[in-house]
Ligand binder design. Structure first.
Ligand SMILES: Cc1cc2nc3c(=O)[nH]c(=O)nc-3n(C[C@H](O)[C@H](O)[C@H](O)COP(=O)(O)O)c2cc1C
Length: 212
């Protein structure tokens, strides 16, 4: 299939350094709220890239659940492929592609587990079905059929039909602590605007414009 004629025009006003908040987390919050206001599908979904000891990059979608000046938090299975890669190499990149807004945000940084208390707090806020789902799925392992998953789901649901679903010790959150955050806004004739914030040794953030 030849896609060479598939071409979108970027028409948005563009970005200027004077429009940017000196604090990249506040800039991200502004863009995130605009993605919410635009009613994008799952605006908190992002591509998470990790690289394990074999140096082969791996990427998948996860959902951002918390963000503040400490970093960006998502939840997953601590025995999954991504978790193994993070253990081997605690660095990650995250990409939010808000294409309807002609925007992307790219985040790079260090990644670590959040505390069990914080993971538990989020686990308790999840619907019961999702809590059971965390128990059922040995994420990233080969399984022989879907029916096995469904059987296990039923077993666990019956077991905890009355009481609370216990918190699985192999499940929880990771926080990406950024050292770089890049904001990209589409511009006319491929003259896009890119600004990268980089964390300095005194914990301040520099801002540089990058060529598109
Ligand atoms: C929209 C969407 C949201 C997802 N959110 C999560 C998530 O928050 N956590 C998660 O572990 N997997 C999530 N997944 C599944 C992952 O993309 C991936 O299949 C899974 O985490 C296993 O990845 P791994 O084998 O690289 O560890 C999501 C997938 C999609 C399409």
């Amino acid at each position: 299939m030849d896609l060479t004629s598939l071409r979108a025009k970027y028409t948005t006003k563009g970005l200027d350094i004077k429009d940017l908040n000196p604090n990249p987390f506040l800039e991200f919050e502004l863009w995130f709220n605009q993605a919410m206001d635009a009613k994008l599908t799952e605006p908190n979904a992002f591509s998470l890239a990790t690289v394990g000891a074999d140096m082969m990059p791996s990427i998948r979608t996860v959902l951002l659940k918390i963000f503040d000046e400490k970093g960006f938090v998502f939840f997953t299975n601590y025995k999954s492929n991504k978790a193994k890669q993070i253990e081997q190499n605690p660095k990650a990149a995250a990409l939010f592609a808000w294409l309807d807004l002609e925007r992307q945000v790219k985040i790079e940084g260090n990644i670590e587990k959040i505390s069990t208390t914080e993971s538990l707090k989020y686990f308790l806020s999840r619907p019961k079905g999702s809590q059971i789902g965390a128990w059922v799925s040995h994420q990233s392992q080969v399984i022989s059929s879907r029916s096995l998953l469904e059987q296990k789901f039923d077993e666990i649901r019956r077991k905890f039909v009355k009481g609370e679903v216990p918190f699985p010790d192999f499940w929880g959150g990771y926080i990406i602590k950024p050292t770089k955050i890049e904001f990209w806004q589409g511009g006319q004739d491929r003259l896009h605007d890119r600004f990268v914030y980089e964390l300095q040794s005194d914990n301040s953030w520099s801002i540089s414009r990058l060529a598109p």
